[in-house]
Design a protein around this ligand. Structure first.
Ligand SMILES: O=C(O)C(=O)C[C@]1(C(=O)O)C=C[C@@H](O)C=C1
Length: 301
């Protein structure tokens, strides 16, 4: 891609410039990577390759919960085969109501933003803009960009975006009408750092891992569908056999046709000792090789 340094690794993020994903990545890697914006979270994952080895995706917000789009993509078999989770980082998220210069609160009848940001400002919107229609966009900064360049389907002088104040330095003609509009005092979003390949060296980062962690995906295997091996996941047995600290569990519908057979994501942590983390994880995975059940390591850090 033109303008990119051939030596510095590239990192894909949910664009355009000025999203929280961009800020979270910059806080970690600063100028040690080149940043490549992508239109969706799915495009971030899909673009990972030898030429674009790194990415960042939002995973969870402390007030609005899991980022469903990310978890739905983590069901894809490519994750854990060619693309892996390599770390996590947390960003304090302070939302602003951004408008075209001169627009007042009473002029606004459409509020544009990413679904997560709209959800994180639900009480604010109900209190101050109860008449406004909420319009989901691909990202917070893309909402601001559309208002700035007039590409929204609505009159840009009757719109507001929920996004970071940084966008007013990126897109023309915008100003912050109200600052710190998120419902939760300590609104924070956690992101996963993702990479192409499981062992590629990551650039130096300003984040240091708090403990050794990993992400596992487990479900009834698709191949066992219709056979005597087709088991329902015995979750308690699996967790006991793993013998690792369970830090969080997320559940999404399986991609295959078995009704109400879900995919579980387990974030696990080390419970101590001197055994190398990779070894400990492969021993844990060997203990959970049950017929008809798939357990895949999606990444470790
Ligand atoms: O739209 C952005 O700015 C993003 O980086 C995405 C995202 C998310 O999906 O959670 C990231 C942080 C905030 O929670 C709101 C939106």
């Amino acid at each position: 891609m033109c303008g990119l340094d051939p030596i510095r690794p590239t990192l894909a993020f949910l664009g355009p410039v000025g999203t929280y994903s961009h800020q979270a990545a910059y806080d970690c890697f600063g100028n040690s990577v080149d940043y490549v914006p992508k239109q969706t979270i799915q495009a971030v994952f899909r673009s990972l390759s030898l030429d674009l080895p790194l990415g960042i995706v939002p995973q969870e917000n402390n007030t609005h919960g899991s980022v469903i789009e990310t978890y739905d993509i983590l069901r894809d078999p490519a994750i854990g085969q060619s693309n892996f989770i390599r770390g996590s980082t947390i960003l304090a998220v302070r939302h602003c109501l951004v408008v075209r210069q001169g627009v007042k609160l009473e002029n606004i009848d459409h509020v544009l933003s990413h679904g997560q940001a709209l959800g994180q400002c639900r009480s604010f919107l109900a209190r101050l803009l109860p008449w406004a229609s909420l319009v989901p966009t691909d990202s917070t900064a893309s909402a601001a960009e559309q208002i700035s360049n007039g590409t929204t389907a609505f009159d840009p002088y009757r719109c507001a975006a929920i996004c970071s104040s940084i966008v007013t330095t990126v897109f023309e003609g915008l100003e912050v009408l109200l600052d710190s509009i998120q419902d939760g005092e300590a609104n924070s979003t956690r992101f996963y750092i993702v990479s192409h390949g499981s062992d590629s060296t990551l650039p130096p980062s300003r984040i240091s891992p708090v403990r050794r962690e990993a992400l596992l995906r487990t479900s009834t295997s698709q191949e066992s569908h219709g056979t005597s091996e087709c088991k329902r996941l015995n979750f308690v047995k699996l967790i006991k056999a793993l013998d690792l600290e369970i830090l969080r569990v997320d559940r999404r519908p399986a991609l295959h046709a078995l009704t109400f057979r879900d995919v579980y994501f387990l974030e696990v942590g080390d419970i101590g000792g001197n055994t190398p983390w990779s070894e400990k994880l492969s021993q844990a995975l060997q203990r959970v090789t049950y017929p008809g059940i798939e357990v895949t390591l999606l990444g470790k850090w």
